[in-house]
Design a protein around this ligand. Structure first.
Ligand code: PEP
Ligand code: MN
Length: 289
């Protein structure tokens, strides 16, 4: 079969129906997925407080960086193995799946031990040896768009993973570099709508890195769903003011909680449902959170 695109396996021409796969009881690509948590794992109390709050909202996917790619070498670099252990422990306690970033190829085995979904950050979208290695594993990969990458380059990066044999790829629009300085990045929601046409892979949006501004996260989350996104990855913190990374773009618990009803309504307009809408039996949780 001839596919008139530089990418093949990721294209809609190659495969018409949406790709879906199930993680932690959620059929990603069908149900809208909500991935939430802090930018970075900071200590056990922080990650437990946040994951308990999120699981009370029925969120099933916990994000949190243990290996952090920071612009400055003097910024907090993450708790590394210790952070992965805390993340896993918190996620297991609240029956959540772990989404965390793989920074380098040498940590692949370790990440596969602790994570349910491996996140490839914007700075690594063009790390081809890493992408090739991710094609050989069974874990799903959350592939962020490079901050200076075209849509075609992004889809070709996904092609590396699919051509290696791993079809479980979630694409994530997280904003691109433009001349604009009022926002951290320019969240390209036209890319979400377009990539949904070009590819059968699930596409989600990251309005936290995408705007860098807490109060823009709610409106842009709603806009992403209206644009056809298959879900969101959002930063939430129990104490954003003292967060060790990305506090200014992290939602307060109240903001997160209050966003869920409008998101449900946005999903309904798309004739879809969020994963957090399906109630499930969970362990006893501390009241008051
Ligand atoms: C993050 O999710 O905290 C992150 C570092 O993402 P990105 O690679 O999109 O900057
Ligand atoms: Mn972040």
């Amino acid at each position: 079969m001839e596919v008139r695109k530089p990418y093949q396996l990721v294209s809609r021409e190659w495969k018409q129906e949406d790709t879906t796969f199930t993680v932690n009881g959620v059929e990603i690509g069908k149900d809208l997925v909500m991935i939430a948590g802090p930018c970075a794992v900071e200590n056990e109390e922080q990650i437990f407080t946040i994951s308990e709050f999120l699981s009370k909202q029925n969120v099933r996917f916990l994000r949190g960086g243990a290996y952090k790619p920071r612009t400055s070498p003097y910024s907090f670099q993450g708790l590394k193995t210790e952070g992965l252990q805390m993340l896993r422990k918190a996620a297991d306690r609240f029956e959540m799946a772990v989404v965390t970033e793989i920074l380098s190829l040498d940590k692949l085995d370790e990440l596969c031990e602790y994570a349910d979904i491996l996140q490839v950050g914007t700075r690594n979208m063009s790390n081809y040896p890493l992408l090739k290695a991710l094609g050989k594993i069974k874990r799903p990969v959350l592939l962020k768009r490079g901050m200076s990458s075209t849509i075609e380059e992004w889809l070709l990066a996904a092609e590396y993973i699919l051509s290696g044999g791993n079809e479980k790829v979630i694409l994530c629009e997280r904003g691109i570099r433009t001349f604009e300085k009022a926002t951290r990045n320019t969240l390209d929601l036209s890319a979400v709508a377009l990539v949904k046409q070009l590819s059968h892979l699930p596409v989600i949006a990251d309005p936290s890195q995408g705007t860098g501004v807490r109060d823009l996260v709610v409106p842009m989350s709603l806009a992403a769903i209206a644009a056809g996104a298959d879900g969101l990855i959002v930063e939430v913190h129990n104490q954003p003011a003292v967060a060790l990374s990305d506090g200014e773009q992290s939602l307060y618990f109240d903001q997160f909680r209050n966003m869920l009803e409008p998101l449900k309504a946005a999903a309904q307009l798309q004739k879809r449902h969020f994963d957090f809408e399906n109630r499930r039996q969970t362990t006893e949780l501390t009241p008051g959170l």
